[in-house]
Design a protein around this ligand. Sequence first.
Ligand code: ATP
Length: 133
Amino acid sequence: MKTINVNVVTPDGKIFDGDVEMVSAKAQSGELGILPGHIPMVAPLTVCAVRLKTGSDVQLVAVSGGFLEIRPDQVTVLAESAELPSDIDVERARAAKERAERRMQQDKSDSIDFKRAELALKRAINRLNVSGK
Ligand code: ATP
C-alpha cells in the first residue's frame, strides 16, 4: 500500500509525524477521506477526531479546530490544540464538560457565553470519545 506523510502541529509543538495509508477528518465542509495522491487543498477543520489508518491500525488524534493542508504526498494538520489518546486527561475533560453544560443552562442560547460553552462542550466530548472513556 502507498503511504502519505502526516504531520499534526499545534502552537505547543508537533504531536504526530509519520507515514499512514489514509487520513480521515471532519472539515467544516464535511467528512474528508485522504489517500496518497490527493489533489492539493486547504480545509478548515471542526472539533473532531482525526483518524490515521495503516492496515488494521488506527491512530486517533483529538483536534480542536484549525486547518488541514493536503498535498499529494503530505497532509499537515495545523491544529489549535491536538492530543493523542494517551495524553488526554480524562478527569479534566469530564470537568470541562460539566462546566460547559452548567454554563449552557445558565446563559441564553444567543449569548456569546453560551456559544463559548457550546464549543468547550464539543472539545470535551471529543476528548472523551478519543480517549475511549
Ligand atoms: P479546559 O477548560 O480543561 O482548559 P479547553 O477545551 O478550554 O479545556 P483548550 O483551550 O482547547 O482547552 O486547550 C488548552 C491546552 O490544554 C491545549 O494545549 C490542550 O491540548 C490542553 N488540554 C485541554 N484539555 C485537555 C485534556 N483533557 N487533556 C489533555 N490536554 C488538554
